[in-house]
Design a protein around this ligand. Structure first.
Ligand code: API
Length: 277
């Protein structure tokens, strides 16, 4: 069985998109998602995105990290799918309903409302998520926010000075975070701009993280460090984040299609229905 894919990215955070809205494809499991995402033996991506029919929205978007874990939200992928779909859409995800609106300036996404309860992040036990009494070397006094997926944010003088490749996985897998966590290190450069680097749960260092930009902006706003509209500058480029008065998070930024292709389903352990070996 041949399966078509579209390779896309949002500020260099890249995706393989399988569109199963019109034509069903074999069930994707963690092993096959990781095989597709492998940058040496697969197609290669930070996240695999599968589009399916939905009874609650225009369609459903499933998101698998490069390690195969299925997750609740992906901001950059939501913009990419908005571009691919070509018109306004409400999209069902494990983290709730989001909406995308493509325009000549990029894609605007309503990412939902942030959650701050310790059990909504989630944390393993009750804590003040506004200022967690934990630290890893120079990374201290973080704030935790759930924007569909879980994020912890550390404000530092210089994001470039942080050894995120070493500290990121240590924090991601800490027992404080029962569902692991995305790790954000941010420097406030003005009341309207933040510099951000992200170690992503299940994907590692990425060029951009849309939900990380949303969570970091919300965290900085909660601490009174920035205004309610802010530009978040990631290694791959900038995203505009607004925390609207009604509580909705609006993220606006670019998305792009890189190329299209197809592969043989069995090459990645995807067996036609009922013929799994
Ligand atoms: N690594 C994230 C999913 C992808 C998020 C990121 N690529 C984005 O653009 O939001 C997680 O495990 O929650």
């Amino acid at each position: 069985m041949r399966i078509e894919f579209t390779k896309m990215h949002g500020l260099g955070n890249d995706f393989v998109v399988l569109d199963a809205r019109e034509r069903a494809i074999p069930e994707i499991d963690a092993e096959s998602a990781a095989a597709i995402a492998d940058r040496h033996t697969g197609i290669g991506c930070d996240q695999l995105v599968v589009l399916e029919p939905s009874s609650q929205a225009d369609f459903r978007m499933r998101i698998f990290n490069a390690d195969g874990s299925e997750v609740e939200a992906c901001g950059n992928a939501t913009r990419a799918i908005g571009l691919l779909h070509g018109e306004a859409a409400r999209i069902e995800t494990l983290g709730g309903i989001v909406s995308a609106q493509p325009s000549k300036d990029g894609v605007a996404v309503e990412m939902g409302k942030p959650r701050f309860g310790w059990n909504e992040i989630p944390l393993a036990y009750a804590m003040d998520t506004h200022s967690l009494p934990v630290g890893w070397e120079e990374l201290t006094d973080p704030i935790a926010v759930n924007v569909g997926n879980p994020h912890v944010i550390f404000f530092v003088p210089d994001t470039g000075a942080v050894d995120l490749a070493r500290l990121g996985p240590e924090i991601e897998h800490d027992q404080l975070f029962p569902e692991r966590i995305n790790v954000n290190v941010a420097t406030i450069t003005s009341r309207g701009s933040i510099r951000l680097r992200v170690w992503e749960r299940g994907a590692g260092l990425t060029r951009a993280c849309g939900t990380g930009a949303c969570a970091t902006a919300i965290g900085a706003m909660r601490r009174g460090l920035v205004d309610r509209k802010v530009i978040v500058k990631l290694p791959g480029g900038p995203l505009a984040i607004e925390w609207r008065e009604d509580g909705e998070i609006i993220m606006t930024g670019p998305a792009a299609e890189s190329f299209r292709g197809e592969f043989d389903a069995t090459a990645y352990g995807l067996f036609a229905f009922g013929t799994a070996g």
